[in-house]
Design a protein around this ligand. Structure first.
Ligand SMILES: Nc1ncnc2c1ncn2[C@@H]1O[C@H](COP(=O)(O)OP(=O)(O)OP(=O)(O)O)[C@@H](O)[C@H]1O
Ligand SMILES: [Mg+2]
Length: 234
């Protein structure tokens, strides 16, 4: 076993469609240490989301092993995986997927309720997370009353409210203007510097550079894992 928090070992994900075989991922190995912020870039169809979904336990590999925090998750049963995921992994997507009839605060409280967290300080914890992402003054608003960047901040607060060590983000800035996108990436960087382990998929090279390190994918393979350049202040 390695000391990596995320440890993807020789993973392939193959789709068979009739006589055709498509390698969404082909023998991919990648490790991410605790507190690392890694961006994943590459053209459309190169396997970025597939990789993220395997790490998040949303999808399973055809071959290889996926280890998260010392636990092998690729062969786990559905129930065990759901419980594991709840405590280890937060995920945010391009379209924030907030519940439109719930306030920001209620959206962020929801994962704690789903976990059966009966503690009285649920509300306090949700408020704390929203303040952490810069939304102290927006807590009682509905998603429709928030900007795209603010909605994504709510989604990030929701993903982190159960305090998972890992945050996975699949194009979280894909639906945002430049200023909001930079704000979200700066927030991710802050969270990583405070100890979260973050995997960020992005199409934009300038956003990818805010990470500690960048992985370049092509045709289901990692073609480049350069060492991190010092991150620019954005
Ligand atoms: N359910 C599926 N059935 C068949 N092929 C699939 C399926 N899901 C993904 N693929 C294929 O796997 C490959 C990798 O897809 P993936 O979604 O990981 O790409 P991506 O890098 O995230 O692309 P994008 O930047 O467009 O989001 C693509 O060729 C895609 O068509
Ligand atoms: Mg994708």
């Amino acid at each position: 076993m390695s000391n990596a928090l995320i440890d993807v070992r020789n993973v392939s994900r193959v789709y068979t469609m009739g006589a055709r075989t498509l390698y969404a991922l082909r023998d991919v190995t990648v490790q991410v240490k605790q507190g690392e912020f890694v961006s994943v870039i590459g053209p459309s169809g190169s396997g970025k989301s597939t990789l993220l979904n395997l790490v998040g336990g949303i999808d399973q590999p055809t071959k290889g092993e996926v280890w998260v925090d010392g636990t092998r998750i690729d062969a786990m049963g559905e129930n065990a995986l759901a419980i594991f995921r709840r405590s280890h992994i937060g995920i945010v997507f391009q379209f924030f997927q907030l519940l439109p009839t719930l306030t920001a605060l209620e959206n962020v409280t929801l994962p704690m309720e789903l976990r059966g967290d009966g503690s009285k300080n649920r509300r306090e914890r949700a408020e704390e997370m929203l303040a952490r992402v810069g939304l102290a003054a927006r807590m009682t608003q509905l998603p429709g009353e928030l900007s795209g960047g603010e909605q994504q901040r709510v989604a990030i607060a929701r993903a982190l409210v159960n305090d998972p060590p890992i945050l996975l983000a699949d194009e979280p800035t894909g639906n945002l203007d430049t200023a909001n996108a930079e704000g979200i990436v700066a927030l991710l960087r802050e969270l990583a510097d405070a100890g979260k382990t973050i995997l960020l998929i992005t199409h934009e090279a300038n956003l990818a550079r805010a990470a500690h390190r960048s992985i370049l994918m092509r045709d289901g393979q990692i073609v480049e894992q350069p060492l991190a350049a010092p991150a620019p202040a954005i």
